[in-house]
Ligand binder design. Structure first.
Ligand code: A2P
Length: 317
């Protein structure tokens, strides 16, 4: 298993299992299967609503002696309604209690967006609070305290633009170890890759397969299909592997972590085995021409009129 070294020295298994959209009722079995297949990195978040079931599976795996806590890498994320400094540690404690763990390997600020403590999502402008009122630095310093308290080994961010990352770097002596963002051949984010390499921040690629199981409300009409992209299909056939394996190995060969989601035993195995494929430099070159700067997760659900949040200022583009 390929590891990435974070700026703290921690070793992150580059291929992890995504759990966004993995439903309670199916995620327990999926985690147990994944651990048996060899997955050691699990990507979670409070807002996915399935951490308690994932925690039961971890407990089962520890009890069966399949794996120890130290052999697992568990990431989770702070939801936007707990960005106030006084709410951060309680949110992390809730995640730890749900996951049945006493520490995380990595805790991320899920979005650079702040919700009122009693709002789960942004349905009206008053659900949202501006970043001026609750600056990212306040939340970040509360995350630093969580590291001090031994609740997480590493901290980082998710869905941050280069502009937001560099603003945070300018204000802290604890640089984020990770930025987890959407990355795949239709959204290659070369500038972000170069910036994070320069600043020694690792990247995790989410939605690497195009997240076709998103709720209808989060999908737009005529979305492209990554798994049916003719170039990806050609490369899969010339490398004697599947399109999903091409997409996963592409992310690994670019030096990012990647977290394909599956709850299906066959696809869990297929995705894990993507590590063994070697994409030729011609294949990597062909894929580099596919970039369309297309986001499956476009963040429009934050852009509530009158809130000050827009898709443009979310991504700073
Ligand atoms: P399933 O969980 O039934 O396997 P992403 O990781 O980009 O969010 O994509 C997840 C979606 O891709 C889910 O619908 C998942 O379905 C599906 N998926 C996962 N692995 C594969 C695979 N190897 N081939 C095709 N679809 C896959």
């Amino acid at each position: 298993m390929q590891n990435l070294t974070l700026n703290t020295g921690s070793q992150l298994p580059a291929l992890g299992l995504g759990t966004w959209k993995s439903k309670p009722g199916e995620v327990y079995e999926a985690i147990l299967q994944a651990i048996q297949i060899g997955y050691r990195h699990f990507d979670c978040a409070a807002i996915y609503g399935n951490e308690a079931e994932i925690g039961k599976a971890f407990q089962e795996a520890f009890q069966k002696g399949w794996v120890t806590r130290q052999e697992l890498w568990v990431t989770s994320k702070l939801w936007s309604n707990a960005h106030h400094a006084e709410n951060v540690q309680a949110a992390l404690q809730k995640t730890l209690s749900d996951l049945s763990l006493d520490y995380l390997d990595l805790y991320l600020i899920h979005w650079p967006v702040v919700l009122q403590a009693n709002s789960m999502f942004a349905t009206k402008a008053t659900d949202l609070i501006s970043l001026k009122e609750v600056p990212t630095l306040e939340t970040w310093q509360a995350l630093e305290n969580c590291v001090q308290a031994g609740l997480s080994k590493n901290i980082g961010v998710s869905n941050f633009s280069v502009k937001k990352l560099s603003a945070l770097l300018a204000q802290t002596s604890t640089p984020p170890a990770m930025n987890q963002i959407e990355l795949h051949p239709l959204l290659q984010q070369k500038e972000m890759l170069d910036y994070c390499k320069k600043e020694n921040i690792q990247l995790t690629a989410y939605s690497p397969l195009g997240s076709k199981d998103r709720a209808a409300a989060l999908r737009s009409a005529n979305e492209p299909s990554l798994l049916e992209n003719p170039t990806i299909l050609d490369i899969a056939s010339s490398h004697n592997c599947t399109p999903a394996q091409v997409l996963i190995k592409w992310a690994l060969q670019r030096g990012t972590a990647v977290i394909p989601k599956s709850v299906n035993p066959k696809r869990l195995k297929e995705n894990f085995e993507a590590q063994n494929i070697n994409l030729s430099s011609e294949a990597m070159e062909k894929i580099s021409t596919l970039d369309k700067h297309f986001r499956f997760v476009n963040g429009a659900f934050w852009a509530v009129e009158g809130s000050g949040y827009t898709v443009a200022n979310l991504w700073d583009e």
